[in-house]
Design a protein around this ligand. Structure first.
Ligand SMILES: *Cc1c(COP(=O)(O)O)cnc(C)c1O
Length: 224
């Protein structure tokens, strides 16, 4: 199956209120252009160097989502163009995004990444850490950041109940933060959850953004 065909069949399973990000990490420009020519505009990358290069080489109307661990020294390169940083997981990073947003004269949309998986290795905040970040935004008057919601990755497992439980947890975090900090703010509305293996469950549990890579572009080959 081609990228175009994969895209069409995945899109059929996604309801219109859910945004779809094609995760193009490690994939060549040609594959991205195939999806672009089929109408796809949101793409996700998890390495700063790669998103910077692709942004320079590919059409300017692509909306780039950064979905990986972001080092503070790379923020200045992506703040001018990134559509959404989905992976904010520390105060240090948040401050740097705000600073670089100010320099670039724009408000950088961000999601707070939560740790919902069983695995120790995955990045992300817990609820009290997330609240600290939001308090800091208010206290330090960071005006070049907009928190638009939450993001999380479920455990990589065949166990559907486990995955569903973790997505429910993320939705709950979203609702708590919404109620305590963004009650009257329509901009706080995104729950980014769901990848190739689990996005249908994520949508059932209230996802508003799914991030799908291998079902569109095929398996990634990290060795090359
Ligand atoms: C790679 C990646 C995805 C996409 O994973 P697939 O299983 O290929 O769909 C989604 N979200 C994040 C944060 C990723 O790093």
């Amino acid at each position: 199956m081609s990228v175009k065909e994969n895209l069409a069949s995945v899109l059929q399973t996604i309801p219109p209120h859910v945004k779809f990000v094609a995760v193009s990490k490690t994939m060549p420009n040609e594959a991205i252009m195939e999806a672009f020519d089929a109408g796809q505009r949101h793409f996700g990358e998890n390495k700063a160097q790669e998103i910077i290069r692709k942004q320079q080489e590919l059409p300017s109307d692509i909306q780039w989502h950064f979905i990986g661990h972001l080092q503070t020294n790379k923020v200045k390169f992506i703040a001018p163009f990134v559509d959404l940083i989905e992976s904010v997981d520390s105060l240090k990073l948040l401050r740097e995004i705000n600073k670089q947003g100010e320099k670039a004269e724009r408000i950088v949309p961000c999601l707070l990444q939560f740790h919902i998986a069983e695995e120790e290795t995955k990045f992300g905040l817990d609820l009290s850490e997330a609240k600290e970040l939001i308090d800091a935004i208010e206290k330090e008057q960071m005006q070049n950041i907009q928190i638009k919601g939450v993001m999380g990755m479920a455990t990589f497992t065949e166990n559907e109940d486990q995955v569903r439980k973790e997505f429910k947890q993320l939705k709950k975090y979203f609702e708590i933060i919404k109620a305590e900090h963004f009650q009257d703010k329509d901009g706080f509305k995104e729950i980014s959850m769901g990848m190739s293996g689990d996005y249908l469950i994520a949508i059932e549990e209230g996802s508003t953004i799914v991030r799908i890579g291998s079902s569109i572009f095929g398996e990634r080959n990290y060795s090359k």
